[in-house]
Design a protein around this ligand. Structure first.
Ligand code: ADP
Ligand code: MG
Length: 238
């Protein structure tokens, strides 16, 4: 497990400033939700932590180590995306095992880790299937399984539930919460859904036009919004 710190983190695309200087210290095992409307910079922020986007200025530290120039594969992280990004021609088992094979983890260890994750995610009976033979919720579980088997120090989630229908979204939210309790891995979770943020977060970062307007526990933010934007966004119905 690891701490994550963002220090005056900024991002520009050409002349357009997208992230204006975000500071946050994330504790070991904390579940942080970055919430805000579409286009406010959530994915860009997460992608900088993942190493998928270069940092314009400022620092990203994972476990105290500056990782600005460290390649995504060499950061101790695993990311879960909105579109699952599963390999359609591979079985569920092989999808979950893929990253471990690349990392040359011994076969018996791969087998054990995939079985453990499959049990946690109720996927044991589906390991031989292809992604197209699964429901949306099951596909999203496979995407999470692929992250879990790698035993990363940090999980990054970018709107992992937004392709699911409303009922499934609520169910998966509860499952993610339960997994978090079980695994206790430091997590950064991006969503535009304030209810999801309120339910999942130890602390939430409310973003608005590339600025972290407020950082705090959900009830604290809800009770004491520090800007008019936060009051409107967190107080408004989903
Ligand atoms: P969110 O995830 O909150 O919806 P994004 O981080 O995707 O927001 O985008 C934030 C802003 O940065 C948007 O205005 C978007 O158009 C812009 N942006 C994102 N990626 C790029 C890129 N590769 N090139 C130029 N502009 C980008
Ligand atoms: Mg996004």
């Amino acid at each position: 497990m690891a701490t994550v710190s963002l220090e005056n983190l900024k991002k520009s695309f050409g002349k357009t400033d997208v992230i204006h200087g975000v500071d946050i210290e994330i504790e070991d095992g904390e579940f942080i939700v970055i919430v805000g409307p579409s286009g406010c910079g959530k994915s860009t922020l997460l992608r900088m932590v993942a190493g998928l986007e270069t940092v314009t200025s400022g620092e990203v530290r994972i476990g105290g180590t500056r990782v600005n120039e460290v390649e995504p594969m060499d950061r101790d992280i695993a990311m879960v995306f909105q579109n699952y990004a599963l390999y359609p021609h591979m079985s569920v088992f092989d999808n979950m095992a893929y990253g471990l094979k690349i990392a040359k983890v011994p076969r018996a260890e791969i087998e054990a880790r995939v079985q453990t994750a499959a049990r946690m995610l109720q996927l044991e009976e589906y390991l031989k299937r292809r992604p197209r033979e699964l429901s949306g919720g099951q596909r999203q579980r496979v995407a999470m399984g692929r992250a879990i088997v790698r035993k990363p120090a940090v999980f990054l989630f970018d709107e992992p539930l937004s392709n699911l229908d409303a009922k499934l979204r609520v169910q998966m939210r509860l499952e993610i919460k339960a997994l978090q309790r079980e695994l206790g891995v430091t997590s950064l979770y991006v969503t535009h859904d304030q209810v999801e943020a309120m339910t999942l977060a130890d602390r939430m970062i409310v973003m608005h036009d590339g600025v972290a307007d407020q950082v705090g526990a959900p009830l604290e933010v809800y009770a004491n919004p520090q800007t008019a934007f936060v009051a409107g966004f967190i107080g408004s119905p989903p």
